[in-house]
Ligand binder design. Sequence first.
Ligand SMILES: Cc1ncc(C[n+]2csc(CCOP(=O)(O)OP(=O)(O)O)c2C)c(N)n1
Ligand SMILES: [Mg+2]
Length: 327
Amino acid sequence: MKLTKEKLQDMYLRMRKIREFETKAMGLFAEGKIPGFVHLYLGEESAATGVCFCLRDDDFITSTHRGHGHIIAKGGDLKFMMAELFGKETGYCKGKGGSMHIADRTKGILGANGIVGAGHSIAAGAGLSISCRKTDQVCVCFFGDGSTNQGTFHESMNLASIWKLPVVFVCENNNYGISMSQARHQAIKDIADRAASYGVPGIAVDGNDVLAVYEAASEAIARARKGLGPTLIECKTYRQRGHFEGDAGAYKPPEEQKEWLEKDPIPRFVKFLTENGFSAKELEAIDASVGQEIAAAIKFAEDSPYPAVEKTVEDIYSDIIEEVRTR
Ligand SMILES: Cc1ncc(C[n+]2csc(CCOP(=O)(O)OP(=O)(O)O)c2C)c(N)n1
Ligand SMILES: [Mg+2]
């Protein structure tokens, strides 16, 4: 599938933004500036980018505890994200949610989620809503290998299949659920095989190759838009950090880490771009613009105030409950 130079440039920009945001978040966490848990997406940038590249603003995504990459790839605002990580009032959740609760309805981002497996059911719900409203929107559900052992995965796949819901299930198989390797948590190798139980297409792709992910996602998303139902895409990838910042990841064998570092999605894509008409200077200019954008986001977060103590109990009901309560 041939992409124009502008498209390739945009793809690289999104991957770089994720890499830089996460690298800076790692340092800021170590400095003690980010409270709570932070699960970084370093090493998995091509999965979110390749998939979200096929989506429109009015399409939906559901995300996970490791959600920064999905949110950035879908167009989330870096300033509001960084402020939320810092726990500041200007953040996406007014500083009260943190890394695992970022959502942006204007961009169809239905939310990161600290509950493993919750996104599957939310995505099926979004798919049902699209189907009832008869639009050609799509919902992409991002989730990890570990979550495919949750009942919600199977229930949602079944429902999406039987009702032909426009949901694309994207499993980011990074080989671990916390410290538990895939070989220890399930008896299969390809999670894509599970699609067969629900009569839907299942495809395993090299998740560290953004173009391979893009190709698989374009097909699955086009299929969902046409009303032909869900697809399960398994992106084989690897998280370069521990499960969360603070976890040294001692359970990951050194040879395995080395092997996957050699498959780092960013240098691989840089190699492709330089072999396909991009100069080092062009790529450096993109890197510099990303650096500036992230620096501005950090400054915005640092300069913003913490929420006032008396605001602690505001915004804790959903709009609907609040509406019913005040009726
Ligand atoms: C319902 C539920 N069970 C357990 C946990 C604890 N937990 C947090 S992340 C995680 C592992 C998730 O692994 P995976 O789905 O592969 O995602 P990854 O962290 O690899 O991206 C677990 C068990 C949780 N947050 N929610
Ligand atoms: Mg995992």
